[in-house]
Design a protein around this ligand. Structure first.
Ligand code: SF4
Ligand code: SF4
Length: 458
């Protein structure tokens, strides 16, 4: 089996103007590019749609993550090139780089890369959480409210993450997505941002930062606000892993995030005084959407079952946990909203809310400054630089999940014992469904094919 896409072609591809619009989406599909900052939505699907404005999401608001800031500083020209490819593929007449005002080095690098060109502008954002939420970003940049349950395309916008834009540029040059940039932050000796092969273990990546400084650490994959608890440090990193936050076992955030749904619901039902602060600070509620976390607690407290349609506004939760920050008595209404949403999904219910809404006129007064959020989360001591650092790649084994994206898992194309080289296609999108290709991130022999493909170096 030969490589379908070769790393040797990097830098040799044509400039955006020379590529047909449809060809861009095809190459991005071939390269297995998915959204690098969130749920891993397959990027070729977004590129096949038509949009008026293409927005680069450089807000990077999750506390302690540095990936996009570092990439905007070091790879500004590639970010701009990726955004131009998105504009060309979608027919967008405008490009906007949405970047926080405080990221001064990134802004300087991007301005230099733009070199006075007018097709792309920079929109400076305030230092709030969650400025990087797609719908919040679209409203901040364009003043347009995405309807309930909708996507930015509903209001003419397409949004791509910074690393995704770089991967789109590489895909057009024939290079598949086989690496990931990740920040390791928290209780480690050397907070760091690194580029590693997809499929190496979380333990190995934390090792690049010197390993956990604390016995029995708690690791949040994605960070204190949006991240999920890592159950096994030998889990592989995927195309969407962005921040590994290492915390002491008894840290405030560790303890809150280890609570079971039964435990945090019981506490909320018994202690919530319906003060409304959580709903007041909810960024989706501030866009006029029907989500009201305090009401979910009220209904659960009244004995309404978690899968009852009366709780269906939880479908509109973007899982940012801003409402946890807002609660004066340290309850976790965001965890409750997320739990209810998952239970409704498991029960097969669908979101019934699809209104076009208007933003709350007081929205700007209810935004969460990042510095205050970091202090509230008791993370100030970990708020230090995590510079992008070249690391040797001593990795001998990768485990490539066949589903590391939205949609259905890729179908394996290899068998145990096959030899592969880096960039070989090992998982294909099944016909007619949403999915993304998977490529070998290491040369070696296939040792396992299950819901993942394990490759060991020879
Ligand atoms: S987590 Fe809380 S603040 Fe965020 S969208 Fe859901 S309900 Fe709103
Ligand atoms: S902020 Fe806390 S106490 Fe107030 S309504 Fe929300 S969950 Fe209840």
């Amino acid at each position: 089996m030969g490589p379908l896409l070769s790393a040797a072609t990097e830098g040799a591809g044509p400039e955006p103007a020379q590529i047909a619009a449809g060809e861009i989406a095809e190459r991005v599909k071939a390269a297995g590019v998915v959204g690098a900052g969130g749920a891993g939505f397959p990027s070729h699907v977004k590129l096949a749609a038509k949009a008026e404005v293409a927005i680069a999401n450089g807000a990077e608001c999750e506390p302690l993550v540095h990936v996009d800031q570092e990439l905007m500083i070091t790879r500004a020209a590639d970010v701009v090139r990726g955004l131009r490819l998105v504009m060309q593929a979608t027919g967008a007449v405008r490009g906007v780089l949405g970047v926080k005002r405080k990221y001064t080095r990134a802004l300087a690098a991007l301005r230099q890369a733009l070199d006075g060109s007018r097709d792309i502008t920079i929109h400076e954002l305030g230092n709030f959480y969650p400025a990087g939420d797609e719908q919040v970003l679209v409203y901040d940049v364009l003043g347009r409210v995405v309807p309930e349950g909708g996507i930015p395309l509903n209001v003419g916008a397409v949004v791509h993450n910074i690393e995704t834009l770089i991967n789109i540029g590489r895909a057009v040059e024939g290079i598949p997505t086989t690496t990931k940039h990740i920040t390791v932050a928290g209780d480690v000796p050397r907070p760091i941002t690194v580029q590693v092969p997809v499929g190496v273990t979380i333990r190995e990546v934390i090792g690049l930062a010197g390993g956990a400084r604390t016995p029995d650490p708690v690791v949040l994959n994605g960070g204190a606000m949006m991240g999920s608890l890592v159950r096994d440090l030998d889990e592989p990193v995927t195309k969407t892993t962005k921040l590994l936050l290492v915390l002491p076992h008894d840290h405030y955030v560790s303890m809150l995030r280890r609570q079971s749904p039964a435990e945090f619901t019981r506490r909320a039902v018994s202690a919530c005084d319906q003060c409304f602060m959580c709903t007041d600070y909810c960024p989706r509620h501030a866009l006029g959407h029907a989500i009201e976390p305090h009401k979910l607690i009220l209904l659960l407290g009244a004995g309404v079952p978690v899968t009852d349609p009366q709780l269906a506004a939880a479908f509109l939760c973007c899982e940012c946990r801003t409402c946890n920050y807002a609660c004066p008595v340290h309850l976790v209404p965001g965890n409750i909203a997320i739990h209810v949403k998952r239970e409704l999904q498991k029960a097969g219910l669908k979101n019934p809310y699809h209104r076009q809404t208007e933003a709350d006129p007081y929205r700007d007064l209810r935004r969460v400054p990042i510095n205050r959020l970091i202090a509230r989360l008791q993370l100030s001591q970990y708020d230090v630089p995590a510079p992008l650092t070249e690391v040797a790649h001593p990795f001998r084994r990768v485990a490539l999940r066949l589903r590391q994206h939205s949609g259905v898992p890729a179908q394996p194309l290899v068998r145990v014992g096959d030899r592969v080289t880096e960039g070989d296609l090992v998982g294909e999108i099944p016909p007619g469904v949403l999915g993304a290709r998977v490529h070998a991130s290491l040369a070696g022999v296939v040792r396992e094919v299950s819901d993942r493909v394990v490759i060991e170096a020879e």
